[in-house]
Design a protein. Sequence first.
Length: 315
Amino acid sequence: MRRNTLIVFIGIVLGVIFIFLLFSFQVRQSEVVLKTRFGRPTDEYTEPGLKFRLPWGIEMIHRFDKRVQNFEDRLTEGLTRDGKNLLTSVYVGWKITDPSQFFTKFGGVNPIGEAEKQLAQVLGNAKSSIVGMHPLTDFVSATDNGTNFVVIEDQILNQANALLRQTESDGKGYGLKLEFLGIKKLGIPDQVTQQVFDEMTKERQVLVSTSQAEGDADAAKIKSDADRKAAEMLAKAEGEATRIRGEGEGEAAKYLSVFQQNPELASLIFRLNALEGSLKEKSILVFDRNTPPFDLFQGGWTNVTPKSGPATAGK
């Protein structure tokens, strides 16, 4: 009797669990869940937790990853603004924004794969449109800052999202959005390669000419500044020399009038100055006492040699 009761209890528990699983489902943190009833979307669940449903066959549960997903398209060829063929490939990050639209458009065995096929077409159209707005030098340039990758990537991203929004306005939305985009690879067809090399050589030559012209201009400016400063210094020195010469001539003029009035005094001063210049250092002089300015020693020295011969004096 007890055994039968235990079996019944276990059966009831299993039944409750089965019914609970049949009428409930779990939404995870990283996913968005779409519930359909007889194939038509009814509810979307983006918050994690336990949710309830009708049995399988009546209501179906479709799970989609709500995180950003990566996708890389293949190399596609397009014409630049200057008529050059260019191969481009981009990588994108996209996420599902409307599970109902996404399921309606791509519902099936492999909705992610189908969505990426559609993305490849949208990106191809966006790239073709934007590449045609730029010359080849915006993609391949010999200068350090010649390319405009950031601008071009933003333009392709905005163009692709605009195409996706246009499908929504037409009632054929994809229920997804591009979060970021970057250029992954560039390719140049063989017939265009030599033209690109020639243009890069021309750009380098322009840079060389520009640098040389700037260097010549700087050199000319430095030389001009040096010449100007030299002229200023020379003019200043000549002015100072003229001033000193004028002051000297003025002083000389003062003493000249005195010397003209008393020539003997002038002669004595000149001889004393000459003698002072000769005796600035300790020295031994051999001189003729009759030779100016040493004639001033007449009558005042010692150790005199014969009158007509040379004499010596020590200081």
